[in-house]
Design a protein around this ligand. Structure first.
Ligand code: ADP
Length: 475
């Protein structure tokens, strides 16, 4: 752990093991912290807040810029740690490290652009001035699926704004978090400003985050269930919260789309991170006129995918995170086929060539999926693509919006009016239009409905860590 500028073990001396999900082998032991360490880290962040928030934006920016340079230089090293710890193919890990570093660069720049306002006041002898000030100590919790970029997406804007931070990474991926905190240390982040608390049990750490009055803000990326739990806890002291939660992305291939072009995009984004991304399409709605061509192209690409250890060349399907994840996928596929879905490929766990040591599931395609199936309602977080044919572009908007999630959605069409109408009508926070990667450090990422609160990235991202203050002056 990294607390108050020092690398340390848990007070209890306990450690927990990190496993390579591709092989089931142990790859390291990490300090098993809990409430005591979380409290110590919060205290350190609180003590460091005064000096850090008083530094100029230029000084903070310079440190973030150094961190960006270091992360860029160490791109491959961190990517290798990520592949071994999380399972994604090395090329995907390299992309993630780049994406993660981009947040350090973006917020090194945005730190200098926290502009206030002067507003015409109702009285002649009055002046209104608005300024934005750092919230205070931030407690952050991050997931395992993007173990580097989800950290910089929180740490960079928090530090840029002048906040101090305590971060708890997912128990499955503490090694990437350690790499990033080494970078922050080397870049010159002063002691206590950024603290890392690792632990095998998130509950006592999360509990300390929500109950400790020194914490002003909770920022979380993970499941909707845990997000709600934290938001309920945070409500007691009215702590600020930002939540990036689950998704159930619809992928709409409208009547005027090129179904083959759409299928090429759909395959890439569906199997991204083996389906373990909150923006992965979970429901592929294809207009009946294009469904045959779409399905043919989609399946022809899926059967060429190769599952295996992400350190090997040519692998595009890594392992799932756990046995539990395999079980969820198996349950959804079994439920769908028992209710009439057609299995076009995959549909089973992969056990040959040593894959039985990891959590591998074959990339799977289901057609004839209907609304009574679990996979139509539940987030999958695995490599299963359910294809749903529809009759009318007007109806599909309602079908796509029929979920309590609202993170990402995708529209494919060559018709500009249809694209605009659907873009405006979808109740989702991030929408790709003939595009499968509507993300980037400069763009606001976040969900509507039960997919979350607040935005990360973009110029919005820094305001999650700032309070607005109005001054009314009599002159
Ligand atoms: P997932 O199902 O994607 O693992 P989780 O919401 O369980 O999603 O995990 C995301 C992050 O939330 C991880 O860092 C995990 O340790 C943390 N977490 C899980 N449960 C709690 C909890 N009760 N309090 C605080 N953090 C939690």
């Amino acid at each position: 752990m990294f607390i108050n500028g020092e690398w340390c073990q848990a007070e209890s001396g306990k450690k927990f093991g990190v496993i390579n999900p591709a092989t089931g082998e142990g790859i390291g032991d990490v300090a098993d912290g809990g409430q005591v360490e979380a409290e110590r880290a919060i205290q350190a962040a609180h003590s460091a807040f005064g000096d850090w928030s008083s530094m100029t934006a230029y000084e903070r920016s310079e440190i973030l810029y150094k961190a960006y340079k270091l992360m860029s230089t160490r791109r491959e090293e961190i990517a290798r740690t990520m592949t071994v710890e999380q399972g994604k193919p090395l090329r995907a890990a390299m992309n993630e490290v780049k994406y993660g570093a981009d947040f350090l660069l973006w917020y090194a720049e945005e730190a200098k652009r926290v502009y206030g306002e002067t507003i015409p006041a109702p009285r002649g002898d009055q002046r209104f001035i608005v300024l934005h000030q750092p919230i205070g100590v931030v407690a952050a919790i991050t997931p395992w699926n993007y173990p580097a970029s989800m950290i910089t997406r929180k740490v960079a804007p928090a530090l840029a704004a002048g906040c101090t931070i305590v971060l708890k990474p997912a128990e499955a991926t503490p090694l990437c978090a350690m790499e990033i905190f080494k970078i922050l240390e080397e870049a010159g982040v002063p002691k206590g400003v950024a603290n890392l608390v690792t632990g095998s049990d998130p509950k006592p750490i999360g509990e300390e985050f929500v109950t400790n009055p020194l914490v002003s803000k909770i920022t979380f990326t993970g499941s909707t269930e845990t997000g709600k739990l934290l938001a309920r806890g945070a409500a007691d002291q009215m702590k600020r919260v930002s939540l990036e939660l689950g998704g159930h992305a619809p992928f709409l291939v409208l009547k005027d789309a090129d179904p083959v072009f759409a299928a090429k995009g759909a395959v890439l984004v569906k199997y991204l991170n083996t389906g373990q991304a909150c923006i992965c399409p979970n429901r592929l709605f294809v207009h009946k006129s294009g469904v045959e061509a779409f399905t043919k192209e989609f399946v022809s690409r899926v059967i060429k995918m190769r599952a295996g250890n992400g350190l090997e060349q040519g692998i595009n399907i890594g392992p799932l995170v756990s046995e539990k994840a395999i079980e969820k996928v198996e349950r959804q596929v079994e439920d769908a086929t028992s209710k009439g879905a057609e299995l076009l490929c995959g549909g089973h766990r992969l056990m040959d060539d040593g894959l039985d040591r990891g959590y591998y599931y074959a990339p799977t395609v289901l057609s004839n999926v209907t609304s009574d199936m679990l996979i139509y309602r539940e987030e999958t977080f695995g490599p299963v693509a359910p294809i749903i044919a529809f009759d009318d572009d007007d109806d599909v908007l309602e079908m796509a919006n029929d979920t309590h999630y609202g993170l990402a959605a995708y529209i494919y069409t060559q018709n500009l009016s249809a694209a605009m109408r659907t873009f405006e009508g979808l109740r989702f926070g991030i929408i790709g239009i003939n595009d499968i990667n509507p993300t980037g450090a400069a763009a606001p990422f976040g969900g509507q409905k039960e997919s979350g609160l607040g935005r990360e990235g973009g110029h919005e991202g820094i305001f999650e860590y700032l309070e607005t203050k109005l001054g009314g002056f009599s002159v």
